[in-house]
Design a protein around this ligand. Structure first.
Ligand code: MSP
Length: 470
């Protein structure tokens, strides 16, 4: 693949009976930031996102709504598109796993797996306990008193003949590519966890169902449909293979689904002779005020709630500034309010408005210098941290620069200077602010543009960038 290309993905989302919530927004905003960052750097960077629409879980949800699965997923995928528009997510394609091209690519992929001998041609009898919530079989150890502890439902006993993907055949290969770094799993702690599990030995997995109609038929045996996870993983390849954009540079996934992305997916690709994604990054999970987010507790936060309070850019920022990406963390309105107020209202917003006020005192007969200092060591560190997806730590660097500029302003008190000296001062400070705007652009695309407009004298007055919270 061309060196100047970057291909990023978030996981396609299930939508069951739910409104889009901040658990969905969190990885999507992160992926958008990294995509915009590389675009700004001149790359042809593309982001793929979408919805995962097959499987028992969706079929059940549709039924509950008295709808056909297709009709139901038509509506819900629109909900997600709307949410991503609200958050200014700049994706190249919103893929639905019910899209015709995906079904075709998935079937070709499955046929190849079969032809290469990665799928056992003889279906095997499978008996197990299937949790519809997880869309996976549960081991007895994972259950608490026979109940799935995450979904509080009793798994369904399931016994039928299924096709199997022969994971065991590939376990040594997989261990090697992880150890050699060819398959790059991040963060390090998660890589070690996965490696530990692989060392215990893999088991072949069932990849088909006969009892479930709402799925993609296996090309080599149409009486079976593909297990939803297997075909959903192929979504990344559907876009990539059709656009000369494979392999992916990064799959951004929640830690709950790391196994699928670091064990099953690489084996599927290797089995058909395809290249592996360059990196798989697992982000953490968050709680709301220390509690799991749940409808029963009533603490679900929707992206629209956040946008109503912090604006689009504010929402994008507070989500990623709250705690290190990759760690678990806690969200709560107080935490988010504090970040918004400190970093955006009092920090960047206040800085821009103070300097803009002085700027409007002058009629400029000369151009303000563009951003300066791009090669300073702190900017280099900032960029490396972003490329490493360490968003909150990268933002610490920005906070420090804003504080430094504030300190300088307070020391020099430019409002007390003669007009001419004031002008010199502004000529020195404004380029530093423009650099901040440029660096923050991936997080704050609209704000960055507003700042540029303000200091190029294109507008006469400007409302505060980040109004105070009430
Ligand atoms: N459909 C599967 C993914 C298939 S990939 C081939 C799925 N969907 S999901 O809707 O349940 O989750 C979508 C993404 O959101 C996952 O990466 C998941 O980890 C993430 N999150 C959902 N709730 C979350 C939190 N509370 N916290 C952080 N991320 C969360 O899994």
């Amino acid at each position: 693949m061309d060196k100047n290309r970057k291909y990023f993905s978030t996981t396609p989302i299930y939508y069951v009976n739910d409104v889009p919530h901040i658990g969905h927004a969190y990885p999507t905003v992160a992926a958008d930031v990294i995509t915009r960052y590389f675009k700004q750097k001149g790359y042809d960077a593309r982001l793929l996102t979408g919805t995962d629409e097959h499987g028992a879980k969706i079929a059940e949800a549709a039924k509950k709504h008295g709808k056909e699965p297709k009709e139901y997923t038509d509506e819900i995928s629109e909900e997600f598109k709307k949410t991503w528009r609200e958050l200014n997510i700049d994706y190249i394609r919103f893929i639905r796993t019910t899209d015709e091209d995906h079904i075709k690519v998935a079937q070709t992929f499955l046929q190849k797996l079969y032809d290469k001998g990665a799928i056992d041609p003889k279906p095997r009898l499978y008996k197990g306990l299937y949790c519809v919530g997880h869309e996976k079989f549960m081991s007895p150890e994972e259950l608490v008193d026979g109940i799935c502890p995450d979904h509080k439902i009793k798994p369904i006993e399931h016994s039928e003949k299924n096709y199997y993907l022969k994971l065991i055949d590939y376990q040594d290969w997989l261990k090697e590519v992880i150890l050699s770094g060819e398959l790059n799993i991040k963060p390090e702690s998660k890589r070690n966890e996965i490696l530990g599990k692989i060392k215990q030995g893999l088991e072949d997995i069932s990849i088909s169902r006969v009892s479930l109609e709402w799925g993609i038929p296996l090309p080599f045996d149409k009486t079976h449909t593909s297990y939803v996870w297997i075909e959903a993983l192929i979504n990344y390849y559907t876009y990539g293979s059709q656009n000369n954009f494979w392999p992916a540079d990064l799959h951004l996934v929640g830690k709950d689904i790391l196994w699928f992305h670091t064990v099953i997916w690489p084996i599927m690709l290797h089995a058909i002779g395809e290249e592996l994604p360059k990196q798989i990054f697992a982000h953490g999970f968050f709680t709301i005020n220390g509690q799991k987010m749940s409808k029963t507790i009533g603490n679900v936060i929707s992206p629209a709630d956040l946008v109503a309070k912090y604006g689009v850019d504010g929402t994008r920022y507070v989500l990623l500034a709250a705690f290190p990406f990759g760690d678990d963390g806690d969200f709560g309105w107080e935490i988010l309010d504090r970040i918004y107020t400190a970093d955006l209202s009092n920090g960047l917003g206040n800085l821009v408005s103070r300097i803009y006020k002085l700027f409007t005192n002058h009629t400029y007969d000369h151009q303000i210098q563009p951003a300066v200092g791009e090669n300073s060591p702190w900017v280099e560190s900032y960029k490396l941290l972003i490329e490493d997806l360490q968003f909150s730590i990268a933002l610490d660097i920005i906070r420090k620069e804003i504080r430094d500029i504030d300190v300088e302003i307070n020391k020099i008190k430019p409002w007390e200077l003669q007009l001419e000296d004031q002008k010199f001062f502004l000529q020195r400070i404004i380029p530093r602010i423009l650099l901040l705007a440029k660096l923050l652009q991936p997080f704050l695309p609209e704000t960055a543009e507003k700042i540029l407009k303000q200091f190029s004298g294109q507008i006469k007055s400007a409302p505060p960038l980040f109004p105070r919270l009430r």
